[in-house]
Design a protein around this ligand. Structure first.
Ligand code: AMP
Ligand code: GLY
Length: 442
């Protein structure tokens, strides 16, 4: 009897290890398409659900879109329980700041990302700045205000312009004003604190010193105590060529960023290590991906502009093309605090991603235009068209957002990857297609 019982136990154990894994990816952008594309390459993973996904994610092998909004944590939890999801990966910041990881963990479900408390590193600029000051992490000098009159008085004492005014909370990438004049800074204070352009996000503001230099992003995967470097990327935030026009979510990205190994070592030693250690000391262990947005000063010192508590978009698209490690293993090790045993391997080749956007993005744009040339543009393993704002309508793929696609290619160097990307971009058309022609040039 005992033998039969032991046999059954070991059978169940082996069956559990061998059972094909189910993954839930939360979000609907190019980042989530790239994460599902990479996840589908894992031999362990049998089925991927994307909530709510887009037309591209739906075409990935093993992948299915489900009609649940990314911030509907209760519905996501019920879905994950009913479908016995082995791992959930959260793309956007909103569900993270609403506490999706805490909720899933309370129900015994592994979820890749930081806790609600740790997500404050992105959700509150004041929290991030105070944290950096406490732990001696290099960042622009700053002051925070909850009183508009005190903020105005402070501005009137300043003589160095530009000066940077930031809403404390999440503002969909629009909460930062680089004020060139005193009047522009006063207007920003009024818009954020009095007119409440960003709602509650602007009731506290940060005013900080303007930093010069070049921007790079560094990504690390963390499990609370241990962290591993993933790679670097450069994002192109302005809407038009040569960095003109309004700020966007990102019009393209390259990976790696143009920084040398010595600078990468400094970023790890002076930014990532003290951040992960400092959060742990403060009783807020950080799990998930830590995205450090940095300015490398003309003197060659890395300053933190901001932290994000998630993968970047469009940085994830070129980064996933370079990642060699099984994404399931990596994210599960982060969620289960076993990163020490995980090796991250990244392709030494370079990747470039170019966003194809709707005319008028980021200000106002129309949706619903049929996209042509997608089938012809699927050429090889080195060029992938990731979807962002797309949906299927009567069997046809149509535009459904400001950023529509992110065409991404691997090459021997950035110039080679650029060539492949722009060849592919030329094949895709819709009424109002817009893109930058200088991604990877500077
Ligand atoms: P953030 O959301 O804080 O990263 O700010 C968005 C963008 O504003 C950054 O990527 C920079 O291009 C710019 N920015 C933010 N803070 C500063 C600063 N202190 N000095 C110069 N540029 C900044
Ligand atoms: N591309 C900028 C971001 O993801 O925040």
């Amino acid at each position: 009897m005992k033998n039969i019982f032991n046999f059954l136990l070991s059978f169940l154990f082996i069956a559990n290890i061998a059972h094909a894994k189910k993954v839930l990816i939360v979000g609907s952008g190019g980042r989530e398409h790239a994460l599902s594309w990479k996840m589908a390459q894992s031999p362990q993973v049998d089925h991927i659900f994307v909530a709510p996904g887009n037309a591209g994610a739906a075409q990935c092998k093993k992948t299915e879109n489900i009609d649940i909004a990314a911030d509907d944590i209760n519905a996501l939890l019920i879905f994950a329980q009913e479908h016995m999801i082995d791992l959930t990966i959260v793309g956007p910041e909103l569900p993270l700041t609403l506490g999706i990881v805490d909720t899933f963990n309370e129900h015994g479900l592994p979820c890749f990302g930081p806790s609600q408390k740790a997500a404050q590193i992105e959700a509150s600029k004041k929290f991030a700045k105070d944290f950096m000051q406490r732990h001696n992490i290099r960042t622009a000098e700053y002051k925070t205000f909850i009183d508009a009159q005190k903020a105005r008085d402070y501005i009137k004492q300043q003589s160095n312009y530009p000066i940077v005014v930031k809403a404390d909370g999440l503002a969909a990438g629009k909460g930062v004003v680089i004020a060139q004049t005193e009047q522009a800074a006063l207007n920003a204070i009024e818009n954020m604190m009095q007119k409440q352009h960003f709602g509650h996000a602007g009731t506290t503001i940060v005013i900080e010193q303007f930093l010069r230099g070049h921007e790079v992003s560094f990504f690390a995967i963390c499990d609370g105590q241990t962290w591993v470097p993933l790679t670097t990327a450069q994002d192109y935030k302005k809407a038009y060529d040569n960095n003109f026009g309004p700020n966007t979510g990102g019009m393209g990205a390259t990976s790696p960023a143009p920084i040398d190994t010595a600078m990468q070592q400094r970023i790890m030693r002076e930014v990532v290590e003290p951040t992960v250690a400092g959060l742990s000391q403060d009783g807020i262990p950080y799990t998930g991906v830590l995205y450090a947005g940095l300015m490398i000063s003309p003197e060659g010192d890395p300053y933190v502009l901001e932290f994000n508590c998630r993968f970047g978009d469009p940085e994830t698209e070129p980064m996933m093309m370079r990642l060699k490690t099984d994404l399931y293993d990596l994210c599960l090790a982060s969620a289960k605090q076993t990163l020490r045993t995980c090796n991250v391997e990244v392709d030494q080749r370079c990747a470039v991603g170019v966003v194809l956007a709707s005319s008028g993005y980021p200000i106002s744009y129309k949706k619903g235009y049929p996209i042509s040339g997608l089938k012809q543009s699927r050429k090889d393993d080195e060029t992938v068209v990731f979807h962002a704002g797309t949906k299927t309508c009567d069997g046809e793929i149509v535009t459904n957002g400001g950023r529509v696609l992110c065409v991404t290619a691997l090459g021997n160097d950035i110039a080679d990857a650029r060539k492949k990307v722009y060849n592919c971009v030329a094949n895709i058309e819709w009424d109002g297609k817009c893109y930058r022609t200088d991604i990877g040039l500077n």
